[in-house]
Ligand binder design. Structure first.
Ligand code: FES
Length: 159
């Protein structure tokens, strides 16, 4: 599998943002007793991302951390995810994740959808390297799995 990727092929400003998140990742770590915990694993390279999320009493994200190792794209995308998804409810998380996924698939988004994923457009250039789209989506796949698992767990508890 060819994972070669030349970050210089991206717009200068976008490169800068991605490298900044890669070199100074935001919200890195693992929460103890998270409400949502999930792992994203890329079987082609062995890289993984662990997301842990604590919700507040209103069901909104109070704290989101990520951990793991991987390429600049996967780490930068995870770091951006933790910043963008703070103080959001689960439906909002899903909408943001689906919109990001749609952008990475090259679908055209409404202005409302674009505003949901404001800031993530720096990753759009990665689409030029189809094999690396998985890198950009690694943390988001973990997020979607984690929400799904949490929803099943919570529904089970309801009478
Ligand atoms: Fe492994 Fe990007 S090369 S996640």
């Amino acid at each position: 599998m060819d994972y070669s990727f030349d970050i210089n092929s991206l717009d200068d400003l976008y490169q800068e943002v991605i490298l900044d998140h890669y070199q100074r990742p935001r919200n890195k770590g693992v929460l103890t007793n998270p409400d949502i915990s999930s792992k994203g694993f890329n079987p082609f390279c062995g890289d993984e991302i662990i997301l842990s999320i604590k919700l507040d009493s209103n069901g909104k994200t109070k704290c989101i951390l990520f951990d793991g190792q991987g390429c600049s794209i996967s780490q930068a995308s995870a770091s951006m995810l933790t910043e963008l998804l703070s103080n959001k409810n689960l439906d909002e998380l899903k909408s943001i994740s689906y919109s990001f996924r749609a952008m990475m698939r090259g679908e055209s988004l409404s202005s409302g959808e674009m505003s949901l994923i404001e800031g993530l457009e720096v990753l759009e250039g990665v689409r030029k390297f189809p094999i690396r789209i998985k890198c950009a989506l690694l943390a988001w796949a973990a997020l979607e799995d984690g929400i799904e698992e949490y929803s099943v767990k919570v529904l089970k508890k309801e009478p």
